[in-house]
Design a binder for this molecule. Structure first.
Ligand code: SF4
Length: 457
């Protein structure tokens, strides 16, 4: 260990740009074993590891880095899976520069440990060697319904099954995985990795009900009667609009509409929601990871030009830096410090977007600088397709009222230590905390599962 002066930080290799634009295959290669060991060997094994604090799951990062460096791969795998419900997925999709790697003591000098890449490597290597996550026999006599099969639902199901509690999962879509399946593009996360985790839950005894909407295909009464507890991990899928004139144009879309249409097509499903952007000028409004997913997907779909419009500057972008770098490599143009003012329409179609230039003033409570519009700075950006990637709000489906679950002013589920106003019902992830990261949804699923186990055991 401590070999950070001997070995420099190395990122996993990426597929050549021209190659990767031809398909939706993952961009990053997985570390080979020698590279992973060498990179893990750079760790300083800090007494008070900031990476552990920076990781929302508080993963035992230095411990599994040490075991990886020392070739104890079984132990590295066990330690990595102890706290995380799907480490090989989060190693791929977490914005590490803002979390574990951003907090690494080496980040300001020699370069942070490549934590995410090592996490993915050690798990994929373990799977190749036949290792699997462990579950307990379902002997507790207790049964929990998990509504939603996204990151928080999968996480809750994982930690409940580990304690021998029966789980039935209800998903209104035709495939499990939620955002991991239909939101995040395949070039960041291959869908077989999501199916693999779901299959292990099924092997552990979980029952999965697809195309099943609560209140329609499964009544609220039967849900309350049949289960000892109910966990709601239904996400926040309602895309936000900019609330500007012309946003109802027939060629202006929400990010998730665009991404889901592509993913369904890629999975071989017929879908009328597919939005064809081939040879079109695409403008994406927003600066987070979902905006990057949209611009990078547009390039792969053959758009003639792809522009990302963001109201702050590059330094204040909310998403992962590596996604911005990847977008630039793939030919996306960024226009910073602009705010949408109105959509210019001809008939029902948008032909452009009027923008106002912005400047930044002192930081707000979140630490990001406030946006100030420069009056009289209007200009028009022409577009054939406009995509809004401005964040998500919870949907608040009707069955929440039937369950007597209290909502707050923005439609989020009110909880006290994950328990809702209905004592049998728990909630976590985006539907409860507001749209956030897959890793924070995983934390909520895990912590809610612990609380449920405490109450029903
Ligand atoms: Fe880092 Fe995310 Fe893995 Fe935690 S879960 S160690 S934040 S990559």
């Amino acid at each position: 260990m401590l070999n950070f002066t001997k070995f420099e930080r190395i990122n996993p290799e990426k597929r050549d740009v021209l190659q990767r634009l031809k398909d939706y295959g993952e961009v990053y290669q997985i570390f080979g074993k020698h590279r992973a060991r060498e990179q893990a060997d750079r760790c300083m094994q800090c007494g008070d590891p900031y990476c552990h604090t920076g990781c929302p799951l508080h993963n035992f990062i230095p411990a599994w880095l040490k075991q990886t460096a020392e070739k104890n791969m079984d132990l590295a795998f066990a330690l990595s899976n102890e706290t995380s419900p799907f480490p090989e997925i989060l190693g791929r999709i977490c914005p590490q520069d803002k979390l574990c790697e951003g907090a690494c003591s080496l980040n300001t000098g020699h370069g942070a440990i490549s934590i995410g890449a090592i996490e993915t490597h050690l798990n994929e290597r373990a799977f190749e060697n036949g290792l699997k996550p462990k579950f307990a026999p379902l002997t507790s006599g207790k049964k929990v319904a998990v509504v939603g099969s996204g990151p928080s639902g999968i996480s809750a199901a994982t930690f409940l099954l580990r304690r021998g509690i029966e789980v039935e999962m209800f998903e209104r879509e035709d495939r499990a995985g939620g955002l991991l399946m239909y939101g995040i593009p395949g070039f960041k996360l291959d869908k077989t990795t999501v199916d693999r985790r779901i299959n292990w839950l099924l092997e552990a005894g979980m029952k999965l009900h697809l195309n099943c909407e609560i209140g329609k295909d499964k009544s609220v009464e039967s849900l309350e009667k049949e289960f000892d507890a109910i966990y709601l991990g239904i996400g926040a899928k309602e895309g936000r609009l900019p609330k500007i004139q012309g946003e109802d144009a027939s060629n202006a879309y929400l990010a998730m509409q665009f991404l889901t249409g592509i993913q369904k097509r890629n999975l071989g499903k017929k879908n009328s929601d597919f939005i064809d952007v081939k040879n079109k000028r695409v403008v994406v409004i927003g600066g987070g990871d979902t905006a990057m997913d949209c611009v990078r997907s547009s390039v792969r779909e053959g758009a003639s030009t792809v522009k990302c419009l963001y109201r702050r500057d590059e330094a204040n972008m909310p998403g992962s830096k590596k996604e911005v770098v990847n977008s630039k490599e793939e030919g996306v143009e960024f226009i910073f410090n602009v705010s949408p003012n109105k959509i210019i329409k001809e008939g029902d179609k948008a032909v452009g977007i009027e923008l106002l230039e912005t400047t930044l003033s002192q930081a707000d409570e979140s630490g990001r600088q406030r946006v100030k519009i420069i009056e009289g700075s209007e200009f028009v950006e022409e577009a054939d397709v406009i995509i809004f990637a401005l964040g998500f709000s919870p949907e608040a489906p009707k069955f929440l009222t039937q369950l007597n679950v209290e909502l707050n002013s923005w439609g989020g589920i009110v909880t006290n230590n994950y328990q809702t106003s209905n004592k049998k019902v728990y909630a976590g992830g985006d539907c409860q905390r507001g749209a956030h990261l897959a890793v924070t949804a995983a934390v909520d699923g895990r912590e809610a599962a612990k609380e449920i186990i405490k109450v029903i055991s």
